[in-house]
Design a protein around this ligand. Structure first.
Ligand code: ATP
Length: 432
């Protein structure tokens, strides 16, 4: 008898559980078979939190989507792609939006390696067979009579227990090389090992050189998505090790040189930090400028993302030049270099100085303290003092701020005194 995980599904939150029950009932009414698949099934079995509901329908997702919308007033159709046989509905429960992705069971036909596959509607077995790894090819029945029953056609359950990443067929990496990145990602994320034969095929795929500089040949957005997930993982030192050791870097650019770091950039400060950008900067730092630019472009980074990386690399370069010239670097130098940079750019500079204790503590001080220093006076105060409106006002305020960085306890009166001092010396100079 196959395993049933109804008890585990009950433990995810109440709303999601009752949604799964309802979807199963409606599928039955419509004579359709519906299954929960992919990451959520894997993660429920591993007792991780994952509420991304991916549901496959044998064989008509669009019909189930329509039935759900008709039956439940709190369910709306958010997208429908007939070409891909997918639909998305959103339930609103207690003010909370819960998206549900529905897809018809599909098979994929690859006309040539790394091509975008042709998608044909098929049965559950073929749908599961097109997936990347056995642990991601588990399905759970949602039909009332078999609710919670696991469909494990490719031995995903033993692999999950033995912590193995295993592909489903020998051509898997050739069909879709982004699975190479995914193998490393799930290995690092879940603490799993890539199974021996899978590792052999991964090595063969990389050693064949057919995926060298892949992002130049195919549209890089799928690779970008996978790299982003990979470099967002917390155990980044293992990720970087595997990235170079397994040769994944060759898919990005064969010119990349192995580099490692055990330094973790603490991004817990704010969740909106794009950690992946910081580590892309880290791996491209030693490339010549032209190759850097080409790589970022091929990775389909946006102009803004490229700017963030370039700003971080430039700040590191500028400060390194000062160090080489034996110039003193203090809080004001750091302030001038880092002000107005995105937090990711600052963290790139910090990462690249990870072996320089003095610079590290100056940059940390900038992040924690200096960047928050504000003046008590404004441009209006300067104008009231008789200083003419115009660019000079901004320059004087900047100068006062630089003084304040070294004397953070300056009062409003101190700032006004400083303003007078600066403006007098300014009017004494012919050019400020
Ligand atoms: P996570 O939530 O950590 O990203 P996930 O398994 O949900 O994990 P997704 O990228 O959302 O990852 O993919 C959902 C499912 O789609 C996977 O579990 C897998 O079954 C299938 N899948 C995704 N990408 C591929 C691929 N490149 N080749 C084959 N199957 C894939």
């Amino acid at each position: 008898m196959s395993e049933n995980i109804k008890d585990k599904l009950e433990k995810i939150d109440k709303e999601h559980f009752s949604l799964l029950i309802d979807i199963g009932k409606v599928a039955k009414e419509e004579n359709l078979k519906a299954y929960l698949v992919g990451g959520m099934v894997r993660d429920i079995l591993l007792r991780f939190n994952n509420l991304d509901m991916d549901i496959v329908v044998e064989a008509n997702a669009s019909k189930l989507a329509t039935a759900l919308v008709n039956k439940f007033p709190n369910c709306e159709l958010s997208a429908k792609h007939d070409r891909f046989h997918t639909a998305k509905v959103i339930f609103t429960i207690n003010g909370k939006k819960i998206p549900v992705d529905l897809a018809s069971t599909r098979e994929e036909v690859y006309e040539y390696p790394a091509a975008l596959p042709k998608v044909n509607v098929s049965d559950l077995q073929k749908d599961l067979y097109r997936r990347d790894f056995t642990i991601n090819a588990l399905a759970v029945s949602l039909l009332p009579e078999s609710f919670g029953e696991i469909v494990d056609l490719f031995n995903g359950l033993p692999d999950l227990k033995n912590k193995k990443i295993k592909i489903l067929h020998d051509l898997s990496f050739i069909d879709d090389p982004t699975r190479i990145i995914r193998a490393v990602r799930f290995g690092a994320k879940l603490g799993f090992e890539i199974e021996a034969h899978t590792k052999q095929l991964l090595d063969q795929a990389i050693d064949s050189r057919r995926f060298d500089n892949l992002i130049k040949k195919i549209r890089g957005d799928r690779v970008k998505i996978e790299i982003r997930y990979l470099f967002n993982l917390l155990n980044i030192s293992q990720v970087l090790k595997d990235f170079f050791q397994f040769g994944i870097y060759r898919m990005i650019s064969t010119k990349l040189e192995p580099c490692h770091t055990t330094t973790l950039i603490n991004t817990s400060e704010t969740n909106s930090i794009k950690q992946w950008l910081i580590y892309i900067a880290f791996i491209i730092k030693d490339l010549d400028k032209e190759t850097q630019e080409e790589t970022l472009k091929n990775l389909q980074l946006t102009g803004e993302e490229i700017k963030i990386i370039n700003n971080g690399l430039s700040a590191h370069k500028d400060l390194s030049t000062l160090i080489l010239a034996n110039k003193e670097i203090n809080s004001v130098t750091i302030y001038k270099e880092l002000k107005e940079l995105a937090m990711e750019s600052i963290l790139i500079t910090k990462l690249l100085f990870s072996s320089n204790k003095i610079l590290l503590s100056l940059i940390d001080d900038y992040i924690l303290n200096t960047s928050h220093i504000k003046l008590n006076i404004t441009g209006q105060d300067l104008i009231s003092m008789g200083i003419k409106e115009g660019k000079t006002i901004g320059r004087i305020l900047n100068k006062i701020l630089e003084v304040k960085i070294e004397r953070p306890n300056m009062s409003q009166e101190d700032e006004i005194l400083e303003a007078k001092k600066i403006s007098t010396s300014t009017t004494n100079e012919t050019e400020y």
